[in-house]
Design a protein. Structure first.
Length: 521
């Protein structure tokens, strides 16, 4: 028998396995912040040492300890006692290693303005992780290195994102709603193409919406300004680290703050909004709070206390620039909810803000297996020229149309058991979307029963402004394609054979019972 070939694990997978074994009794959420902080230090040090060696080998070696010679290359300057070699050399100092790491974060923050407020911590000194485990964790992370197979930027992206992905799965029982799978981020980026101007995520979590899409990362340059807000302090800090280590200049506000009650960008408008708000948040305000907030003005109702879904929608609409577009995710219940939400939804539709409603397959998220909807809202749906994929493209007038799509039957299980769309399926959705927006729509686009349809606002009104795609997509009657003259005789024979088999079984049972004196005739 041929020996089964052993599959070589990737560096990030091997690192994850090693680190995960050292978790001890620490919760998955605590361990996530704990490990990712050290990963950040390791990557910051790798970039620092690479720049340091360049300086030592060149004419500027006298300035090797000058922070400005690092900052100008997008590299953090790291003081001696914050460097990875110093931390590794003291890894077995069980009494002090926790404080040494906390002090390293403090020193790094003081010398780098982009990290202000993001690093100061006492997490490691007060940690419940056994000191021996911490020393092993440091030694495992020390294995991260740059080589021909792992260039720096690719290395950072793969390891950091692999860890966040695995932590998202591990923390789902702890309601770790901080992660949107790459596959979904890619789809949103493909549809709204946020490559120039200002982009905003009002609930940015770890900053994943900005860094998870390979296309977004590849196209990122100085033409795009990144803004985000996050309410949880530790997650906000992680977002600052996540973006900074990849060289993304971003404004995440002066602090972590609640988007509804302490908007960090009150006077800003954005060309693109990309978001995955918490689904169906209850009691997000009291009855009196925000009742007269200007963000709800003109929508004939106030988002209910019982559910924040429409508060998120109206907040994002209030942030769109004149030609702004938003792509965000919500639970399907928001599509046809009643009461105040139905009133607000009808006004959003009447204001011509809904571009597309796309229902995604089940089981795509790590923290819920429900089907989720991708909303595309656009501030101005009239005919105009836009820049898409680096080219000027003319869009037709879609003022009175909404594209409905149902992707429930698409997707396949990935290696972690969750559903993801294939590249071909993503390209299909993108093609349908852009062909529907095209001036050549009549030639390029056709409705497809059960999958997608262009719905007029008049038809939406007839359905009480429901945005549930199944109300409009129709049902394909498979029976209409059946050749009854061929199929019915086959069905008759199957039924006849089943009846004969059943009769034979009954007779055998009767004979057996009769043989032991319990006949049933």
């Amino acid at each position: 028998m041929a020996k089964k070939e052993k599959v070589q694990k990737s560096m990030e997978a091997s690192l994850w396995d090693s680190c995960n074994k050292l978790r001890s009794q620490m919760s998955a959420t605590q361990y996530m912040y704990f490990v990712l902080g050290l990963v950040f230090l390791k990557f910051a040090d790798l970039k620092f040492e690479k720049r340091r060696q360049q300086l030592l080998a060149g004419p500027d070696k006298l300035f090797v300890e000058q922070p400005s010679f690092y900052v100008q290359e997008g590299v953090f300057y790291i003081p001696e006692k914050a460097r990875w070699t110093y931390i590794k050399d003291h890894a077995k100092d069980e009494a002090n290693i926790g404080k040494i790491i906390d002090d390293a974060f403090d020193l790094l923050e003081k010398d780098n303005d982009d990290l202000k407020g993001a690093l100061k911590t006492d997490r490691y000194e007060k940690s419940t992780l056994p000191a021996a485990n911490l020393a092993s964790l440091i030694n495992d992370l020390d294995k991260i290195h740059e080589d021909e197979q792992h260039p720096m930027d690719d290395l950072i992206g793969k390891v950091y994102q692999y860890f966040i992905n695995k932590f998202a799965i591990g923390t789902k029982k702890e309601k770790g709603e901080f992660y949107t799978p790459d596959n979904i981020v890619d789809l949103i980026v493909d549809l709204i193409e946020p490559f120039h101007g200002k982009i905003y995520d009002p609930c940015c979590g770890t900053g994943g919406m900005f860094v998870q899409s390979e296309k977004f990362v590849q196209r990122y340059d100085g033409d795009l300004s990144i803004y985000g807000q996050e309410s949880i302090e530790e997650t906000w800090k992680l977002a600052k680290m996540n973006l900074a280590i990849r060289g993304f200049s971003a404004s995440l506000g002066s602090k972590n703050a609640d988007t509804f009650f302490d908007d960090q960008f009150k006077d800003e408008k954005f060309d693109y909004i990309i978001a995955n708000p918490p689904f169906n948040t209850k009691d997000w305000r009291t009855k009196e709070q925000l009742a007269k907030d200007p963000r709800w003005s003109g929508y004939d109702a106030v988002p209910p206390v019982s559910n924040a879904n429409y508060a998120w929608i109206l907040h994002m609409l209030s942030k769109l620039s004149y030609n702004g577009i938003a792509g965000f995710l919500l639970a399907n219940g928001a599509l046809g909810s009643s009461g105040e939400e139905q009133i607000i939804r009808s006004r959003i539709i009447k204001n011509h803000k809904v571009e597309a409603i796309i229902v995604l397959p089940m089981n795509m998220f790590y923290y819920t297996n429900i089907s989720v909807t991708l909303w595309i809202l656009e501030n101005r749906k009239s005919a105009r020229d836009v820049c898409l994929d680096g080219e000027t493209v003319h869009l037709r007038d879609r003022t009175n149309d909404v594209l409905m799509m149902n992707l429930r039957t698409m997707g396949h299980p990935n290696s972690d058991g969750f559903t993801e769309l294939s590249e071909e399926e993503v390209n299909l959705v993108k093609s349908v979307f852009f062909n529907w927006r095209s001036p050549e729509r009549k030639e390029k686009y056709q409705d497809k029963i059960e999958f997608w349809k262009s719905v007029s606002e008049e038809e939406l009104a007839q359905h009480d402004y429901s945005l549930i795609p199944s109300d409009y997509l129709g049902f394909k009657d498979e029976d209409l394609e059946v050749d009854f003259s061929t199929e019915m005789p086959k069905l008759q024979k199957k039924i006849k054979d089943l009846s004969a088999a059943q009769e034979s079984t009954n007779n055998k049972t009767k004979d057996a019972l009769k043989g032991i004196g319990y006949g049933i005739d």
